[in-house]
Design a protein around this ligand. Structure first.
Ligand code: GTR
Length: 350
């Protein structure tokens, strides 16, 4: 059944990782900015604004506010993030969380629960990097582009947020308390798209989690329900490179589809999360993309998605392969169930 559903989508065949990343960057998200020439980390311990540091996660964790101060092409750029690290002994697995908020803890990120499970979390607010709009003079965009003008294959906003997640990883890898072999980049919705791109283009991320990433994220564009390539380009052209939105509306005319993005993470682990009532993101297209990307893993002698020959429903969780998938009841949000699936997936493969 899954094979037939995939055949109907008429997907382009997978290519080698280098070629897929080249297509995705030059024709969809834009080319990621170069690494900074130099970075300094300004670290403040217990720097939460609300004065509850001593009680942070009931004394089980410590929070640091870090500012990444970088030199890039002769210009300077900085953005802040928070690192919440368990106080217990040993090396901790961790998440680089691309976040909609800059509050720590925040209602969408159960920091105490993550720390209780032995995980650290480094979180940054995406708009601290560059605004979520068409202003290419703002933040990192302003550092990269003269007068806010970019070329057709230059980075859009998603590529810039993905780059920032990689800078947070640069810092994480300097810490003895963190386990480089068990690091995940994660995000929800537009930031789920971002997490996939960050992991696809940076082999240091051992795990990736995209939650409800939908259109131009995990979901296949060919045959997709809900949001379409045409629609997303109309409303959010600045998320992508200019060439993506200048390309034909019909995704069948693109030389790639979104399974390239998932497949570019091979041989590393990726968990695709969907929500049953999230028709806009389209769980079936997210699942089929995971299934189609499996071929890249199989070519490496690994298992991709391990599933029955049926579409998963309700609260299915498929953690066995290098590509995992879960769907939960409910709509479009990143909640505790999703975080817990991610923890289970990482523990399963550690
Ligand atoms: C929607 C957009 C989706 C998704 C979502 C979000 O408006 O159409 O692709 O990214 O925003 O990020 O919340």
């Amino acid at each position: 059944m899954i094979r037939e559903l995939l055949t109907e989508r008429k997907l382009p065949a997978l290519k080698c990782r280098e070629e897929m990343l080249d297509l995705l960057q030059t024709k969809e998200y834009g080319i990621l900015p170069p690494k900074p020439d130099k970075t300094e980390w300004k670290v403040e311990k217990n720097a939460l604004p609300h004065g509850y540091c001593a009680e942070f996660c009931a004394g089980k964790g410590t929070v640091y506010r870090v500012t990444a101060e970088m030199t890039l092409g002769g210009k300077t750029f900085s953005f802040p993030f928070y690192a919440a690290i368990p106080n217990s002994e040993g090396k901790h697995p961790f998440f680089v969380s691309i976040n909609f908020h800059d509050a720590v803890p925040d209602i969408w990120m159960p920091t105490e629960e993550l720390i209780d499970n032995g995980f650290a979390v480094l979180s940054f607010c995406y708009t601290s990097v560059t605004s979520d709009n068409n202003d290419f003079t703002d933040g990192l965009a302003g550092v990269l582009y003269e007068d806010g003008k970019r070329g057709p294959a230059d980075a859009g906003k998603i590529a810039m947020w993905a780059w920032a997640a990689q800078r947070v990883l640069d810092y994480a890898l300097t810490l003895d308390a963190l386990d480089a072999d068990r690091c995940a980049v994660c995000g929800h919705s537009r930031l789920g798209k971002t997490a996939l791109l960050a992991a696809a283009t940076d082999e240091r991320f051992a795990f990736c989690y995209s939650n409800d990433s939908g259109c131009s994220g995990a979901a296949l564009s060919r045959g997709k329900n809900g949001e379409t390539k045409d629609r997303i380009c109309h409303v959010f052209p600045f998320w992508f490179c200019e060439d993506y939105c200048a390309a034909p509306a019909d995704p069948a005319e693109l030389p790639f589809d979104q399974h390239y993005l998932v497949a570019s993470i091979a041989p590393r682990f990726v968990l695709v999360g969907s929500a049953e009532d999230d028709g806009w993101a389209d769980p079936v297209s997210e699942f089929l993309s995971a299934a189609a990307a499996s071929e890249a893993y199989e070519a490496m002698g690994l298992t991709g998605l391990v599933c029955e020959d049926a579409l998963p429903t309700h609260d299915a969780f498929l953690p066995e392969g290098h590509i995992g998938y879960h769907i939960r009841p409910g709509s479009h949000y990143f909640g505790r169930t999703d975080w817990n699936r991610l923890i289970q997936f990482m523990n399963h493969h550690s």
